[in-house]
Design a protein around this ligand. Structure first.
Ligand code: AVJ
Length: 315
């Protein structure tokens, strides 16, 4: 993990167009900031998907073709704090479905908190957390012959470029068997006036979320980033349906990263690409599914049609 971190940070800061992987946002401070983001008025994604899980969980169960007498495994990639999933778990549990819940997250900290809260709120739900990177845990999926439902919510897939998302889908597809399902939550393409504020909130929480990765590099790789010399700059390209966040150096400066034994030079106005957040429609999603045997069989949206949970089935 630490080795990968070191290598990825080096690669990103050494690139002609500097970039840092957004998956490293989620240390303990990053997890807490992300919880704050989900509670911000501008960040409509979480409320919209929560609306689906709260008000349409019976429709979700039906769309997933779940059966009460067949044991299944609910595997959640990037489970986070599990607020949405708990709505579904509660209904499944109340209605005597026979299943186990396997939340997977890159953050050990988030998983520990989730396990605690599930054990407390839903003591009869079987929970088996696993720590890891999505790409790496996929190969461990198919160890049994019962049905698997993969939950990949919150538009987490949107952090991947379309090419990487397609790779991910191929790998997921390869590790599933016929009739397994994927519940894929994605943010829908919509006007800039709605999307941009979600990444540029009035309180500056998203800015702190981005800057926290520089602080993490300071701590873990013994660097000397001065976070006060970087501005937060989110952009949204409406035709493409892609939001991108950048940190912009406000002056010419050098940053020493002792853990890499390197100095990086920043020009005034130079950007570090921090995150890509893709938005979707059927056409784009079908492009990402192309070449796999995962097909869209259903789609639920919130009352305002901001967000969609797609149900994919392996053929
Ligand atoms: C958790 C990846 C869906 O891209 O919208 C929120 C992360 N970044 N605000 C997103 C995030 C800035 C979020 N995802």
């Amino acid at each position: 993990m630490n080795r990968n971190f070191q290598k990825d940070i080096d690669l990103g800061l050494s690139a002609k167009n500097k970039t840092l992987p957004s998956k490293y946002f989620y240390d303990e401070i990053g997890d807490a900031l992300f919880v704050e983001i989900m509670n911000m008025p501008e960040y409509y994604l979480t409320n919209a998907e929560f609306d689906i899980f709260k008000n349409q969980n019976q429709e979700l169960i039906k769309a997933l073709k779940l059966e009460k007498n067949t044991f299944f495994e609910l595997v959640e990639l990037g489970a986070g704090d599990g607020t949405k999933t708990k709505q579904l778990l509660k209904t499944l549990n109340d209605q005597n479905y026979n299943f186990k819940y396997v939340p997977i997250d890159i953050s050990e900290n988030a998983l520990n908190q989730l396990k605690k809260s599930i054990t407390k709120e839903l003591p009869t739900v079987q929970i088996h957390p696993k720590q890891g990177d999505y790409f790496n845990v996929l190969s461990g999926l198919q160890t049994s012959n019962h049905p698997i439902i993969v939950l990949f919510l919150g538009s987490n897939i949107g952090n991947l470029t379309d090419e990487r998302a397609n790779d991910f889908i191929q790998k997921l597809d390869y590790n599933l068997k016929k009739e397994d399902k994927v519940l894929l939550g994605v943010d829908l393409i919509k006007p800039k006036s709605v999307v941009l504020p979600a990444y540029n909130d009035a309180q500056g929480i998203t800015k702190r979320f981005n800057l926290n990765l520089l602080t993490r590099i300071n701590k873990e790789l013994n660097a000397n980033f001065d976070v006060n010399t970087f501005d937060h700059q989110p952009e949204y390209n409406e035709e493409e349906g892609v939001a991108r966040s950048y940190l912009v150096s406000t002056k010419d400066q050098k940053v020493l990263v002792k853990g890499l034994d390197k100095t990086f030079t920043f020009q005034k106005g130079e950007k570090i690409h921090m995150e890509t957040s893709r938005k979707y429609n059927d056409l784009i999603l079908n492009g990402i599914l192309a070449g796999s045997s995962l097909k869209i069989i259903d789609r639920l949206t919130d009352s305002q049609h901001l967000f969609a949970d797609y149900i994919l089935e392996k053929y």
